[in-house]
Design a binder for this molecule. Structure first.
Ligand code: FAD
Length: 551
């Protein structure tokens, strides 16, 4: 040991700091130190010996122990950080039920400060640990997991004694909403004041932070843009634990980055959401098309604006010949029409459903409503007679997708954006060649157009380069043992598009290599990477997205 000046070695000093942070590593280090001294007494000691010893000690300390638990954590979190099997298992899976990854612990915060404390602990730890936010666990590819790190389960914030953090500012027509809140609760709270957010998702049991970190799209997007285009301000905990308020005017870089930012730059703890008057009722119509070109022509007429005043919501979907009619059809159409719809599907293999709604307010006159209805479908190319409409309350319409959970199912989903210029190629190569011929598709297949100009180009969300682009979602439901069949089909779709030069963009992307992410972000990558270095320099946040973990 005599010729090794350990006091002056930065490597050794920093290693010692790592090791003395906890009694367990220190104990192991001391044993090795003793053994080392005995060995070294017989031979010459070198710095290499000591470094090897430190590495072995560190390895032994980390086996069976993750980074997260090796770091000193503040006493305030002691009762809120759970390492038991139930907690760890609950955060090791998501709605997809395909990816499984265990965290070291789960934090059940009771305040925003708890989340800040956790992030600061990781930031100050010599080896920071990953932190993922579980809004409501509805990612499908493990995006909300943190292997060996900590998952923050936002459910405890929703359920804590301070109650629902949704505050409606009626005069300003916006609401301040906790990032942990579910959209279903935002709906109920705002509706009680006669108001409503303008842009929604189809399914409302998703957290506000969860959809804003992606985009949040549905049938209102063509008109109002995605949910990320309808936010005025955010509170965000960045990767060093700081709570920052941001908007287009203040800290705009952070604001833009976080929206659609896949949780990479900060944890959203509050969002100021745009509201409007809630309609009294909604006329909800569906019409079937046997002809793809007529279907997209009519959808685009609405999306482009020539028919915009006729619809507040526009979607579309495919009806495939996979046995019995789905609940989606049976609940909407009169039983007498169902055999006719199914024979149309049998004849064409795929038929296309255009779906739209028009909102009505209390002072709308009944005769005008009838005229509207006739006018909407006047020149449309749907199959004559294959149309139906009904009136429902605004809340009934928005809650049309029920909250069903079944742990024995898997959800190998794929969501794509397709540029309009190649939509016919997509129909012939994907819908007819792959989807129809394989004939395995289960669950809804959504298909409808969006307008690029309704998306803020500065947000982190990535979309195709054309004004009109389509979104399609293959929402397969599989079993535990057969999800690969659907996954294969999803991959075949992407492969076809690559080979045919169709520049699709994945929504809710699930890439695993840095090269794929760089390609995904395209011209936005440089900014994305720079902002990551600025707001989460130690790569702590959202490791489940698998973007920066390997860098
Ligand atoms: P979680 O799965 O809990 O979290 C996923 C990721 O979101 C996190 O890892 C993190 O990266 C990020 N995140 C979550 N909370 C925060 C936060 N507070 N701050 C920062 N980042 C955060 N999407 C649509 O656009 N339109 C739809 O109509 C739609 N319908 C869906 C229906 C179902 C049944 C399912 C399963 C998904 C649907 N999605 C839809 C996708 C959904 O928007 C995303 O999967 C979303 O992330 C799920 O929200 P969550 O709260 O469950 O997120």
């Amino acid at each position: 040991m005599t010729d090794y000046k350990w006091r002056h070695s930065p490597l050794l000093s920093s290693s010692l700091i790592i090791i003395i942070l906890e009694p367990y590593p220190t104990f192991i280090f001391l044993i090795f130190f003793k053994i080392n001294n005995k060995i070294m007494a017989k031979s010459r000691s070198t710095p290499i010996h000591l470094i090897v010893m430190l590495l072995v000690t560190y390895f032994l300390c980390t086996v069976g122990k993750s980074n997260a638990l090796a770091c000193p954590l503040p006493p305030e979190l002691a009762t809120k950080l759970h390492v038991d099997q139930v907690a760890v298992d609950s955060a090791s899976s998501d709605y997809g039920n395909i990816v499984h990854s265990k965290p070291a612990a789960v934090l059940y915060p009771s305040s925003i400060e708890d989340i800040q404390r956790l992030v600061r602990s990781s930031y100050n730890c010599p080896i920071p640990f990953g932190i993922s936010v579980r809004g409501n666990g509805h990612s499908v590819n493990g995006q909300d997991m943190a292997r060996d790190g900590v998952v923050v389960d936002m459910k405890s914030l929703r359920e804590n004694k301070h109650g629902i953090r949704i505050r409606v500012y009626k005069n300003h027509v916006f609401a301040d909403v906790g990032g942990e809140q579910l959209w279903i609760d935002v709906l109920h709270t705002t509706a009680a004041q006669g108001l409503s957010p303008v842009s929604w998702t189809d399914f409302l049991y998703l957290s506000v932070g969860g959809t804003l970190s992606n985009a949040g799209i549905s049938g209102q997007t063509f008109l109002h843009g995605p949910q990320i285009s309808n936010v005025y301000e955010l509170d965000v905990i960045t990767g060093n634990g700081e709570l920052v308020t941001c908007s287009k005017r203040n800290n705009s870089d952070l604001f833009d980055s976080v929206l659609g930012g896949l949780g990479q730059f900060g944890i959203i703890t509050r969002a100021r959401i745009a509201l409007r008057s809630a309609p009294a009722k909604v006329r909800w119509s569906r019409a079937f098309y046997s002809n793809f070109s007529g279907f997209i022509r009519d959808q685009e007429r609405i999306a482009r604006g020539s028919q915009r005043d006729v619809a507040n919501y526009l979607e579309g979907s495919l009806v495939l010949d996979n046995g019995t009619p789905t609940e989606w059809i049976t609940s909407f159409f009169p039983p007498a029409l169902l055999p006719r719809i199914m024979s149309l599907v049998k004849k064409h293999g795929i038929i296309y459903c255009l779906e739209l709604t028009k909102y009505y307010f209390l002072d709308d006159i009944a005769s005008e409503i009838d005229q509207d209805l006739q006018q909407v479908f006047k020149d449309f190319a749907h199959v004559p007679g294959f149309i139906d409409a009904k009136f429902v309350s605004h809340q009934d319409f928005l809650t049309r997708v029920p909250n069903v959970e079944n742990e024995s199912l898997t959800h190998p989903w794929q969501n794509l954006f397709i540029p309009k210029s190649r939509i016919s190629d997509f129909n012939s190569g994907v819908l007819r060649e792959i989807v129809l011929k394989r004939n395995i598709t289960t669950g809804p297949v959504l298909f409808y157009p969006l307008n690029r100009h309704k998306w803020d180009a500065k947000s982190s969300a990535v979309i195709p380069d054309e004004e009109i682009f389509y979104t399609t979602s293959f929402l397969h439901t599989g079993g535990i043992d057969n999800w690969q069949v659907y996954d294969d089909q999803n991959k075949a779709v992407v492969r076809f598009c690559e080979e045919a030069g169709i520049k699709i963009v994945k929504y809710l992307a699930d890439y695993t290599t840095i090269e794929e992410w760089i390609k995904h972000f395209g011209s936005k990558w440089t900014t994305f990477r720079e902002r990551k270095a600025q707001y989460d320099p130690k790569n702590i946040l959202s490791p489940g997205q698998k973007i920066f973990n390997g860098i």
